[in-house]
Structure formats: structure tokens, C-alpha cells
Design a protein around this ligand. Structure first.
Ligand SMILES: [Zn+2]
Length: 98
């Protein structure tokens, strides 16, 4: 005897309580291992070369055209609360910077 009705009820749809999108976002948060801060951070770039292009006008005055900055040294990443070096998380910042 076949019981097709029993086979149907045996498959229950899985209900996800947390959306995949939310869990992904939460899992990506950087947390300071020393003080637990996960809101305030800062970045320090060493040896930045700033190039500004100018046009000299007819009256001898100058007008800036564009700024270009090149980071020649290291870029470090710190906790904004306790100043712990979090450079190991800097790639995360680059990935999540919008
Ligand atoms: Zn901290």
C-alpha cells in the first residue's frame, strides 16, 4: 500500500529565523579585541605624496586643477577608543568601505 499523503507531510519547509543577509553583515563587523569597541576606528597613512596641479592664469594667478595623493608608506588601522593597532583588520575595512 502506498501512502503518498504521509510522504508529503514528512517534508517540512525549513524556516530561517535570521536572514542570510543580516548574519553576513553582523559576522563581518570588526571588533577591537582589547576594549570591544566596534564603532570608532581610524586609519593612519605614512609617507603620503600629495600632488596638486595648477594652471597659471593670464594675470599670473594660479588655479588648482586636481589633487592626487599617493600613499608611499604603510597604512595602519587603529581602534578609535583605546588606540590598539588593528592593522590586521585593514583589509576588512577596504572590503567594506562604501
Ligand atoms: Zn579598542
Amino acid at each position: 500500500m502506498n501512502l503518498p499523503s504521509k510522504e508529503k507531510t514528512g517534508k517540512k519547509p525549513k524556516v530561517k529565523t535570521v536572514s542570510p543577509f543580516l548574519s553576513l553583515q553582523m559576522g563581518k563587523r570588526v571588533v577591537c579585541p582589547r576594549c570591544g569597541n566596534d564603532w570608532h576606528f581610524y586609519e593612519v597613512a605614512e609617507d603620503v605624496m600629495l600632488t596638486t596641479r595648477y594652471i597659471q592664469n593670464a594675470d599670473g594667478s594660479f588655479t588648482p586643477q586636481s589633487d592626487e595623493s599617493s600613499i608611499l608608506g604603510e597604512v595602519k588601522f587603529f581602534c578609535g577608543e583605546c588606540n590598539t593597532d588593528l592593522t590586521q583588520f585593514h583589509n576588512r575595512l577596504m572590503e567594506m568601505l562604501f
